[in-house]
Each structure stands twice: as C-alpha cells, then as structure tokens.
Design a protein around this ligand. Structure first.
Ligand code: AMP
Length: 569
C-alpha cells in the first residue's frame, strides 16, 4: 500500500523542477510504482484535486476553517495561527511550521478518502464536522505532509502543470512511449475522467485506448468549429448540400438525461446544474427519451428575443440563483445528440443525429431546436446568414451533411465551420429608401412595427422595388414618430406601383410617401427582393440594413434608384 509520504516527496521534487521532460519522467516513474487503483487517485491528487472536473471537487475549506483546523490539530491558539498566516500567506506553510510530529503512518488511501469525506459533509453542523475531520488528518501527519494536506484541502496546490502533462506522463508510464500522447489525448476526449483513464492504462496499457465510449454522467469534450476568411471559402469547403445553423451567442451546454436524473455540463466540463435549475426543469419537460445526451447552447432569451451575452453572464453565480432565474430567463437551443438509450451516436452522421434529436424533443419556450436551412444553393445560405445577424445572432455554423460527418469530441475540424458577422466589413453606403410595408413587432416591440419593408425607385418602370427589410437602428424616440407615419399612410390593398415578392409579404402595405436613410454593408443578389429583378430572377438586396433617420426633406421620387444600386454592385 502506497504511503502518502511518497506522494509528498514527489510534490517536492516536482516543485523544484523546471524542465518539462524532468516533470514527465518524475510523474511516470511514480505512476509505475503504484497499484492501478492508486494510479487513479494519484492522477487526481497530482492536479491538486480529488476527482474528475465534472464532479464536485471543492472541499469547502476556506481560510477561516483552515485556521481552526490547524489550531485544533496542533493545539495552538487560533490567534497565533492567524498571525503566522498573516506573515506567511500560505496555510500549508503555517501547518508545516506548527507541526512538530516526527512520524506518520498515513497511507495515500487514508488521506484521499478523508478528503472525499470532508467534501461530502453537508447540512447542519457541517462547518464543525469539516474542521474536525481535517484536524484529525493533520494531527497524524508529518510537517511536510501537513503542508500539502492543507494546500489540497484549499484547492491551492499549484504545481504549475495541468492535464496535458499528466496525459503525457501516463503515456510514458504505461504505453512505453511519449509518442503515444496524442492517442491518450484522443481517449481523454471521450473518457474525461483522468483518474479512470489512468487506472485503465495501468491495467491494460495501450489496449485500453479506444475502448472507451460515451457514458451518461461523464461528459465528452465538445466538438468545435473552424473558421474561414471568406464566404467563398465556405462554399468551396462544403461544395454541394450543406446545413447552416443559427450560431447563438451564449454558453455551450452538454445535458445528460438519465431518467429523472438530469445534469448539465459546461464547455470546460464543469458541473453547472446548480446554476441553471430552469434548464434542468425545461429538459425534464421536453425530453422524450429515457437516457439521452444532448449538445446545445444556453442563451439569454426573453419573449422571442435574443438578449446579449452579458446578460447571460449574470447567471454565473453561486448565490441568489432563484432570483436570477426570474430576472434573466434563458432558453436552450439544442443542435446535437450524442447518445441514446445505451447507444453512442457519435459515429452516426450529422443528418442521422439531427433526426434523432428532432424525434426526442418537444419544443417549448425554454427548449428549442437550433434553427437551420439545408441547401445546395449558396445564395440561400447567405440569406440565412443575413437573417441570423438581423435577429441578433453571432452568425452561422455550417455543418457537413456527408456520411462521414460524425461527432468528433474535442476536435476543431472542417465538419463544422463558423461564419460570424464580425468577419464582414462594412462598406458603409447610405441609401434613401421608400417605406412600402411594415411588419408587426414582437417582444419589446409589441404594439409597434418590428421592421420596415423598403424600396428603391425603378425610374423606367415607374414603380418601387424592394431592397431591404430594415429592423435595426431605431432609437426609442423613433418608434412613436414612425408609427404615426405608418398609420397615416397605411393602405388596405397593395398599390400597383409597388413590386413585392411573395417571400416578403408585409403585415401592412404603406403608400410610397416616407423616405428613410439607411446604411448597409453590401449589395448582394436575392430571390426575395424585387429591385432590378429581370424575368423573375434574383433581385438586389442590401445586407445588414440599419435605420439612420427619416428624410422629411425627400419625397419618394427622390429615393435611390435601381440604376444607382446596380452601379454600386
Ligand atoms: P467559437 O466559440 O466562436 O469558436 O464558436 C463555437 C461555439 O459556438 C460552440 O462552442 C458553441 O458554444 C457555439 N454555438 C452556437 N450555436 C451553435 C450551433 N448551432 N452549433 C454548434 N455550436 C454553436
């Protein structure tokens, strides 16, 4: 049975090593001297924790409790411990200085099990019980041991290396070569419990790699998206049919449903169920399957409107959770499924997984499927992107629909590619457009217009042809003014001098009278707008139109013309 002292000696050596290679060798050598079950707990303890990232690892020993435990263990006044702490700044050093015990018989297992017990104490009187138990362990330790016991108990080990080093050391110790590190890392993307992986490597060496599969309760690393520089590159990369999904600006979440037991994990694989009790409840209502693992994004979302990322960040809290559940409502948009009723779906193609996802979710206000289009027509993808940006999203994620479009945990490959609005440069052209229609507002804009359908003048045809649907840029005071104008010029039937595509039917027609100045980024071609449309082909469209002001000084006859737009294209 391994002693705790051996681990402490390793800590000291690691603390004094500055060479990468030396650290890997020290760790590997140490691992080789242990039983597989000891490799497991040492893998955690080498990182200064007592379990995998996705479990609760905090022992709940703040400075106050730590001081009391030391005082009790070494029979020293609390005040004296406080003074020493003030001087030394580290309770580990304080504990080792005040400890005069020369012998110890602590085993690795004893110390580890006590850490777990301290973590698990909760409820009434837990404070006292935690302190007593820690004091008991400290009282049996030698000075050097008590230093590290305190540091681990406080989550304060800080040896200056992380998981990557440990995986490399495990590869060296149990597969015979550091060259196998990337294979170990690939397995770690699926079995994210480093202790479990270490134990399995110690038992089976290389044979254990590739044997792991996704398991309920143990999150896999999230699949990530690459980026390209131009939209054309996107088209080239995916050539043919592709899926474009809305890209939400929120927080990634992996939800594990095991009957009534539902857990949520963050992108860093930490356990976030306690922060999002509303997400857990919403999943309970929406998920049809008994056991399922879902991948999605939590977004601040209120009455059909996306709210900024900063609002969501206010939900990152330990206290007053219920208050903030009400204050900042969220919705989860699910876009993938990785596991269903005992079976991993990670080798299935994206279209197959999407189908399973659709079959197993009931959409509600708080749980939705990611919006998307699947098309081989790139102009449709472009327009979907514009719509997403218009709705306040970050952009889109293009996903491969090919047979080999598997879910690759932890990988940033070319099966998913992101395209964000920041990649686009504004050309900052302004246009004088005639309002020809309006759409009702939703959410905060209920009772008002939500967007305006705007047109340019086709001089030869003597009619107004649409170029843009403008829904952003309005200040609070603009609404009242524009609503009054819309009321004044609203008409029942579409005037003959307006050409509107069936995709763009407004809720109200507006007689061409009001001109507004609009800024936009670029002219593209669109099947939904009629400006410059010949023989029912594509028309011109203004991307990212934004309202600037009403041009009372201009009449509809002064509006930007189709010819001018053509010139700009
Ligand atoms: P980025 O953080 O810019 O690298 O973009 C990747 C992140 O976008 C993912 O980790 C998700 O959190 C987020 N995301 C938002 N919507 C989607 C979606 N439909 N599919 C995949 N990831 C998405």
């Amino acid at each position: 049975m391994a002693s705790f002292r051996k681990l402490v000696e390793l800590y000291e050596e690691l603390d004094n090593s500055t060479s990468h290679m030396k650290i890997i060798e020290l760790l590997a050598e140490h691992f080789q001297s242990l039983e597989p079950a000891e490799v497991k707990i040492t893998a955690y303890l080498a990182l200064g924790t007592i379990g995998p990232r996705f479990e609760k690892i905090d022992l709940g020993i703040g400075d106050k409790y730590g001081i009391q435990a030391i005082s009790r263990a070494y029979n020293v006044d609390k005040e004296k411990v406080e003074i020493a702490f003030g001087n030394q700044g580290d309770l580990g050093d304080v504990a080792s200085a005040l400890n005069e015990r020369q012998r110890s018989s602590l085993t690795l297992n004893y110390v580890f099990q006590h850490f777990v017990q301290i973590r698990d104490i909760s409820g009434k009187g837990s404070q006292k019980r935690k302190i007593n138990l820690l004091a008991e362990v400290l009282s049996k330790a030698r000075p050097l041991e008590s230093r590290y016991i305190m540091r681990i108990a406080q989550g304060n080990l800080r040896l200056g290396f992380g998981e990557k080093f440990l995986l490399e050391a495990l590869a060296l110790a149990f597969t015979g070569s550091r060259d196998n590190t990337s294979k170990v890392e690939d397995t770690y993307n699926i079995c994210t419990d480093i202790g479990q992986l270490g134990e399995s490597l110690a038992n089976h060496g290389m044979d254990s790699l590739g044997k792991f599969s996704i398991k309920i309760g143990r999150p896999v690393q999230m699949m990530l998206a690459s980026r390209v520089d131009t939209m054309e590159e996107l088209n080239e990369k995916f050539s043919g049919t592709m899926a474009a999904e809305e890209k939400y600006d929120g927080e990634r979440v992996q939800v594990h449903v095991d009957g009534d037991n539902i857990k949520a994990f963050s992108r860093r694989l930490t356990y976030i169920s306690a922060q999002f009790p509303d997400v857990i409840e919403a999943a309970r209502e929406s998920v049809k399957a008994e056991k399922i693992v879902l991948d999605g994004e939590i977004v601040a979302y209120r009455q059909g409107e996306f709210r900024p990322f900063q609002e969501l960040m206010q939900r990152r809290r330990k206290y007053h959770v219920e208050e903030y559940v009400k204050k900042i409502p969220v919705t989860v948009f699910f876009f993938d499924v990785l596991y269903l009723n005992g079976k991993s779906l990670m080798k299935w193609s994206y279209p197959e997984r999407r189908q399973v996802l659709e079959e197993n979710l009931v959409e509600t206000e708080k749980v939705k499927l990611a919006g998307r289009v699947v098309s081989a027509d790139f102009s449709r993808i472009q327009h979907f992107f514009d719509d997403c940006v218009e709705k306040g999203m970050e952009g889109i994620i293009i996903k491969s629909v090919k047979a080999k479009s598997t879910y690759r945990p932890g990988k940033r490959g070319w099966l998913w590619v992101k395209w964000k609005k920041e990649y686009i440069e504004d050309v900052r052209e302004t246009f004088d457009l005639v309002i020809v229609g309006s759409y009702y507002g939703k959410g905060r804009r209920k009772g008002s217009f939500g967007a305006l359908l705007c047109a340019v003048l086709n001089e030869s045809e003597k009619r107004y042809e649409t170029l843009a649907k403008v829904g952003t840029g309005f200040k609070d005071e603009d609404f009242e003014e524009i609503n009054d104008l819309l009321k004044k010029y609203s008409i029942e039937k579409k005037p003959v001098n307006i050409l509107i595509d069936s995709n763009m039917q407004p809720d109200n027609y507006i007689e061409p009278a009001v001109v507004i100045e609009v800024i936009g980024s670029e002219i593209t071609s669109s099947p939904s707008h009629t400006s410059g449309q010949e023989n029912s082909g594509n028309g011109y469209a203004l991307r990212f139109p934004r309202f600037l002001r009403i041009r009372y000084d201009k009449g509809p006859g002064d509006a930007t013309t189709v010819e001018e737009v053509k010139h700009l294209k």
